[in-house]
Design a protein around this ligand. Sequence first.
Ligand SMILES: [Zn+2]
Length: 105
Amino acid sequence: MKHTCPHCGEKTFSPIRKALAGGMTSNGQACPSCGGRCVNGKLSLIVNSITLLPAMVLVFITYFRFDTMMDVVKGGLIPLLAAIAFNYIFNAFFGKLIPAIRKFK
Ligand SMILES: [Zn+2]
């Protein structure tokens, strides 16, 4: 299952390459066929913030509520890592690629 490049219309993006392309504010990944840089579009941005925000709030809460580092890891870090892993998988298989807005320096 490959994703279509918005620059040349070829199915050149593997799920892993798409996941690595990052969000709309990143430099993205270059298309192997045309060299155009692509990032994940709006849907990815929305889903990522919906999942990352509660995880970050959870980290914040556990940081103040628990005494030991282990509690913080269990209560906050694991949900945060789970959210990041979920976003990676979501970006790999869902959502559309769009041309990168930010110019690559
Ligand atoms: Zn292309």
